[in-house]
Write a new protein. Structure first.
Lengths: 240, 240
DNA sequence: CAACAAGCTGCGGGTTTACGCAAGACGGCG
DNA sequence: CGCCGTCTTGCGTAAACCCGCAGCTTGTTG
């Protein structure tokens, strides 16, 4: 059995290497990649079936890399090992995981023990292992309670990219008014009014900009999500 | 000599510990803190004069911690050790460093050798050591070329917070029109038009929102900068 | 099938933005 | 002092945004 490690940080990389050796005696080869681009290449060359991947990497982030890898070989098992459990990451991951694929999401703050367990469960038993904390987010975001619909999330991304209402309408195939309806929904859920209204005439916020910031502070958006969205936008613009 | 290490990640923490021991034989005690809050407390209790500090920490980020520490004892020597060289961080740091204080900014990607050199230079020789890459940003941001004025940065933060033009005017003691002038300057420098104009009528952007995103993508803003700005805003709001 | 909730759409109007134009204010500099 | 560049401010306008109201299309449920 071969395992591919994709991780930015040299310290974390060697830690992972050790952890893999300890948890998986049946693993005879461990390969390392120091960023997403190299990771993709090595995965392709070695036809890797077992990958441990960091999410936040400078060169090419984990989600991008995982997407292309899964596109080529959907049965690949990937364990995401991340510092954060931002909703933006969780959403990003669950959007790209192929049907029935075994994968995992473990936080870097987890114990050695938990990491090893996750490694065995995913790579040997083909089970999904999602960190408790991450799991919580997932439920909330899929169940409607306090969570954001896909369409709400979509429009959030669109205004974050800086599109006008009209542009959004065109892009999503909606009328102007519908876009604005969704915006109102979004503002509602993000509680943009509350902080705005409390202080009569002056204290008002620019709802659109405020929504973006609140989303950031709540980790609904983060850098990598923006980056991906921006890339998609450019693609769309080029395709007329 | 005593050294205090403030760092989130256990792996990095122990790496730092070793590096300090190796670089500074004259150091007899090393203390560790795993987040900003604890860091502040330990610094106070031990009257630490030598600190190595991570910038990005979940609980209370390095800039906040450094600020309160420096407020209490401005002659404290702090070496910032960070993964990133976002302009937002660089700006944040240089805003809080007291006159004449010895400090340093080294990237985590730097070699062992460079880290050790920096430790000695700052703690023993009282010299400032700024990573080359960071230095570049600093020059650019202070010199006018391609960089952002303080007033431009200020207004960037304000719209990022979601303030209306009117609110900004009140907060900064300017007229409405002046605020809008600065906004135009900002839009100019951020190149918000270019990407907007290329594609006739539809492709236009919402300048305000677009500016925020572009600033994010260019690392002029990041989470921690937003967080700080938001805290300041709340303070201002409370002070009516 | 009737009833009802949820989402899309057009209309209309009040507010905020973006920005050209032009008149002061302030600070160097020859 | 007079000239010039930078910064501020007011006025005015076209566009974009926020949103209440009301008519339509769906899908769901009793």
């Amino acid at each position: 059995m071969k395992v591919l490690i994709v991780e930015d940080d040299p310290l974390h990389r060697s830690y992972l290497h050790e952890a893999v050796n300890a948890a998986l005696p049946e693993c005879d080869t461990v390969i390392e990649a120091e960023n997403g681009t190299v990771g993709e290449k090595l995965a392709r060359d070695h036809k890797s079936a077992h990958i441990v991947m960091d999410l936040q990497m400078a060169n090419r982030n984990g989600i991008e890399a995982a997407r292309t890898i899964w596109k080529e070989r959907p049965e690949t098992r990937i364990l995401f090992w991340s510092n954060y459990s931002d909703e933006a990451y969780v959403r990003g991951v669950s959007r790209i995981v192929p049907d029935g694929a075994a994968y995992g999401y473990v936080l870097k703050s987890a114990s050695d023990e938990r990491l090893k367990l996750a490694l065995r469960s995913i790579f040997i038993e083909s089970q999904c292992v999602i960190d408790r904390e991450v799991r919580g987010l997932q439920q909330k975001s899929l169940g409607q309670t306090n969570g954001f619909t896909d369409s709400e999330y979509e429009i959030l991304v669109d205004i974050a990219l800086g599109l006008t209402d009209r542009a959004i309408a065109k892009r999503r195939g909606l009328s102007l008014r519908s876009v604005q309806n969704r915006l109102q929904q979004l503002y509602d859920k993000l509680d943009v009014y509350q902080s705005a209204g409390d202080d009569h005439e002056d204290g008002r916020f620019n709802l659109r900009a405020r929504a973006i910031t609140v989303a950031f502070l709540r980790k609904l958006l983060n850098y990598s999500a923006l980056e991906r969205a921006e890339a998609e936008l450019q693609e769309w613009l080029d395709g007329k």
